[in-house]
Design a protein around this ligand. Sequence first.
Ligand code: GLY
Length: 350
Amino acid sequence: MNQPVTKICKDYISELNEAIGEIAPENIFILVDDVTYELCLPETLKSAKLEGSHVITIPSGDINKNIESAVIIWKYLSENNANRKSLMINLGGGMITDIGGFAASTFKRGIRYINVSTTLLGAVDAATGGKTGINFLGLKNEIGVFAPASAVLINIEFFKTLDQQNLRSGFAEMVKHALIHSREEWNRILKFDLESISFDELSVLVASSVNIKEKVVEQDPLEKNIRKALNLGHTFGHAFESYSYKINKPELHGYAVMWGMLCELYLSHVKLNFPKDDLLKLKCLIKEYYGTFNFDCSDYELLFELMTHDKKNESKEINFTLLSDIGEIQINQSATKEEIFECFDFFAGC
Ligand code: GLY
């Protein structure tokens, strides 16, 4: 499974032209949502290579990462002569790169696709690593395939259209990469000023964050083993996220992951002696920039129930990735219900 090296663009149009040129497609389909149609497509269409290309627009938001949107894409491809020599360009955040990658890699058993990530969250997570998919029957990414993009481009200029919350949401996955990687990376992340973001500094950190993910994926593209490290914070995080949707107060993915990481590092501290000092540093970062998730003891059972449905679980046990120190990954860890409730207590008391 050949994974492309993600490029942080210095000159977006010429790097896009180069990526398209290497594929030399017969025709090109650009997938956008209604937001990237307005904010990112005009700049992208400056590429002469995109003259005469088709634009497919689907509604934005994770709620639309579903089979109906996939059908819209497949139908458009079918009716407009897409074939094995066609190229799809997914221009958007994680929702667009996930569904676009899925639609492309299943159409006529697979056409090539390029991801152009327009959000920080998408850039440091979904765009890289070849996971594609859609939500189904209320379950996130329930249907999908592993199918790497031919190229992944990140244009930091597009991040300037994002609000503070979406930038912070993306930054959460960078925090995760730093924690699983090294103390040096963790210290760099802690120094970054989230209050007044320098996009030049962010660009350097994004490059290193994506590189950490690429190295993990290279070792284990199908998530049989060490790629599970990338799930740090996501077992608790997905429960917080799903719960927020259930009570109609949706939280951004990265916020839920940050809270999830706090719970999982607390669990790491209790079970594996993860350093308390680093746990407290994460707690401070969260207090300052992410606030808290409002829940109390009466919500514990439902949150626990949501965690038991996580597709990362292999048997009845809830599966965690924990750390015994910064960069010291321990996959396939489990915890009792009492230990999980203790994590909720710790988080609720923060
Ligand atoms: N989002 C985690 C992974 O790509 O494995």
